[in-house]
Design a protein around this ligand. Structure first.
Ligand SMILES: Nc1ncnc2c1ncn2[C@@H]1O[C@H](COP(=O)(O)OP(=O)(O)OP(=O)(O)O)[C@@H](O)[C@H]1O
Length: 350
């Protein structure tokens, strides 16, 4: 796959498709982007993940030259973003980007094609975005998912080498998302570079070579999907207990195989385990006074919490690399890095 681990070494001498250097953007006292440095090589497919307000859209706007950075620089293919865009090398599908409601889908695509030197044919762009059958429909009559496909057709008609997509599947149902990513994969299989912002870990996992996770305007993780997922590997076991809590009980539960952390409130307790099967077996063998047991996988919220909670430790790239490497080695995290029970109100699962 383009940009995969083996492809990476071959690409190091190329001019990066994207080079962000200590990029910062403030809105009044708010630091929306707070020192983002990122090099993306041609052919990489990169997912930008992060809770609402993490700075994903602002980072994309800065990379495209649509917003002026408070500090730092952005270059696309070694040039100012504007030059690369004018050369037709960059396409974008942004959250606020609207199409003219009175045009048909085909007319919208043709209008954008006419502004570029080496566009795809309108028919090909429509085909690539699975828009052929809605080509004659007015933009104002499109459903949310159809609108996203039309916007994708508009983004690819310039035949760009680099594509930015800001939450491209936000309004799509499951089938529309699947179709969208199929057409996307055809695009990336040709070795093009794609950066997409999403709230869906499954999309990032399935379609990205690399995940860059942002929190509060900073990069808190940067690695392959497996590396990032490994940080939040394990499962959560919730149950109710009839026994009285004591330090000795806590210690015995923490000593169960696989247990990474323990939290309890009232008679309810939660264990985060790297080996939930082994934990459960031992738990049930040693306690017959436990009921309402529930085992769940970690969610995207957990990923954010696990990665942002250790933000002091992840603040430097060396520490971050070490954290990711440790996770990839399946090294159990110390109990002090326990995933807390609080839930992020970040809409990440929407
Ligand atoms: N034009 C603006 N004026 C003031 N604040 C802004 C502006 N644009 C973004 N912000 C703020 O900057 C922060 C980062 O916003 P941004 O849209 O980049 O986050 P995001 O990660 O894309 O979030 P979401 O997932 O909700 O799209 C937020 O707190 C947002 O309210």
């Amino acid at each position: 796959m383009p940009g995969g681990a083996s492809g990476h070494a071959e690409k190091v001498n190329q001019t990066p498709a994207i080079q962000l250097t200590d990029l910062r953007k403030s809105f009044g006292s708010l630091q929306a982007v707070n020192g983002v440095s990122l090099t993306i090589q041609p052919g990489e497919v990169v997912a930008l993940l992060g809770p609402n307000g993490a700075g994903k859209s602002t980072t994309i706007d800065l990379a495209l030259g649509l917003a002026h950075p408070t500090a730092g620089t952005a270059a696309l293919f070694g040039e100012q973003p504007r030059s690369a865009i004018e050369a037709g090398r960059v396409g974008a599908m942004l959250q606020g980007g609207a199409l003219l409601p009175t045009l048909t889908v085909a007319q919208s695509v043709a209008l954008v094609a006419s502004a570029h030197r080496h566009p795809l044919s309108v028919a090909e762009a429509l085909e690539r975005a699975r828009c052929t059958e809605i080509a004659r429909q007015k933009v104002s009559k499109l459903s949310g998912g159809q609108m996203q496909r039309a916007r994708f057709a508009v983004a690819v008609v310039s035949n760009p080498d680099l594509l930015f997509l800001d939450e491209p599947t936000a309004a799509m149902d499951v089938e529309a998302r699947r179709t969208f990513w199929q057409s996307m994969r055809e695009f990336t299989d040709e070795g093009r570079t794609v950066v997409f912002a999403t709230h869906y870990l499954d999309e990032a996992d399935a379609y990205a070579d690399r995940i860059v996770m942002l929190s509060k305007g900073r990069i808190v993780a940067d690695g392959t999907p497996n590396e990032v997922k490994a940080v939040v590997s394990g499962r959560r076991i919730r149950a109710s207990a009839e026994f009285a809590w004591s330090a000795a009980v806590e210690e015995s539960l923490l000593r169960l195989p696989g247990v990474r952390s323990l939290d309890h409130r009232g008679d309810q307790f939660t264990i985060v385990s790297d080996d939930s099967d082994a934990t459960l077996r031992s738990l049930l063998a040693t306690h017959d006074d436990i009921h309402d047991i529930e085992v769940t996988a970690h969610t995207m919220d957990d990923a954010f919490l696990a990665l942002t909670e250790g933000s002091a430790a992840l603040a430097t790239s060396d520490d971050q690399t070490a954290a990711l490497a440790a996770a990839a080695d399946d090294t159990p995290a110390p109990a002090t890095t326990a995933v807390p029970e609080t839930t992020l109100a970040n809409g990440a699962t929407r």
